[in-house]
Design a protein around this ligand. Structure first.
Ligand code: PLP
Length: 116
């Protein structure tokens, strides 16, 4: 979803992250993004993995040119995105940072002893 200035804010029930040159970027809450619980967990995971993360304005062009992209939400968890409007993002496959974030997320959520 875009805000009226044309920047990407988030998806219908998910926050969005892109990876650009080894850095994670997500739209700021001041740019229309919901401060999702899962989004917050990704901030913790990025710090734990030593992956730099910043909030910044994001255009559709930034998403198309990103190395990687993924969505986060309580329902979606962490979902790699490999295409936007028919254009392939990065290699067209879930990237290294996305896979590391996803693995760390699953360890946290489904760790031994977790009761759902
Ligand atoms: C508009 C919107 N953005 C993002 C999210 C993700 O938030 P959370 O990680 O807290 O589920 C949701 C969840 O319903 C949402 O409705």
């Amino acid at each position: 979803m875009l805000i009226d200035q044309g920047y990407v804010a988030e998806c219908t029930a998910d926050n969005i992250f892109i990876v650009h040159k080894g850095e994670l970027i997500t739209p700021a809450a001041s740019q229309g993004a919901l401060k999702g619980i899962t989004r917050g967990t990704i901030f913790d995971i990025a710090a734990e993995l030593g992956v730099p993360l910043r909030e910044a304005n994001m255009t559709r062009y930034d998403v198309w040119c990103a190395d990687e992209c993924f969505l986060t939400g309580s329902g979606a968890e962490v979902v790699p995105v490999v295409k936007l409007d028919g254009r392939v993002i990065g290699t067209g496959r879930p990237g290294d940072i996305t896979q590391r974030v996803l693995a760390s997320f699953r360890r946290r959520v489904f760790s031994e002893g977790t009761k759902i």
